[in-house]
Design a protein around this ligand. Sequence first.
Ligand code: GUN
Length: 280
Amino acid sequence: MTARIIDGKAVAERLRGQLAARIAALPFRPGLRVVRVGDDPASGVYVRNKDRAAAAAGFDSATIHLPADTRESDLLMLVEDLNIDPAVDGILVQLPLPPQIRPEMVIAAIDPAKDVDGFHPVNAGRLAAQQPGLVPCTPKGVMHLLREAGARLAGARAVVLGRSQIVGRPMAQLLLAADCTVTIAHSRTRDLPAECRRAEILVAAVGRAEMVRGEWIGEGAVVIDVGINHNGAGKLVGDVAFDAAAERAAAINPVPGGVGPMTIACLLENTLEAALARRG
Ligand code: GUN
């Protein structure tokens, strides 16, 4: 079998176009504020991409860049200002934060109604309790891609590789809500290759370059590779050894060009949802 290639860039472009059309019809511009603390270069790229995509889709978007030695209390005060600013519908504080700032304190300070990352414990709880709320962008983007790939989810054996708060855990919740039979596999799982091989839907989110080998992929599986890693040669690769996996999978996304663009599109989708919920 040679896999169908899932073009995340194209799906994300379409979604951003739909969002732009909905925003153009609104009597107001939904507001997004992205906060960056310090000078982590990767964060710089992500924040710029988010800001650009938001502005292009018609959001009132701005980035607030604070120095690396910002005190936690000062960041918490900024978050409070954004919480009460009526022009702001979505707040995103880019991670990682410098060591003097506890990310859990910052996330907990964000108004859950403006938490467009979906990281606040209230939103994580709502997702687990099957109540409406803001859902983390990367897993939300993966669900879009799975539907786009025509994956039959109800009853399917889904394996999520990785148990992070940002991707693995919410991913498992979303697949469960879509009636998959979900396994969360991780670094302590016994016989990872065997667990992966059973998957009809495999979502890899471990952050280790090409850890998932071709032999780990079941024939006809739909594979979503969330990873963005540099391999030994400095090349950008996913968590899955793409060429070998593509010989067995029914569908797989490339890296780059897969989940990354979807994460940004879903951030915009969340910001629009937050705006509509707040302003009616
Ligand atoms: N750092 C890496 N991914 C993310 C994300 O989705 N949101 C935020 N806020 N920071 C990140």
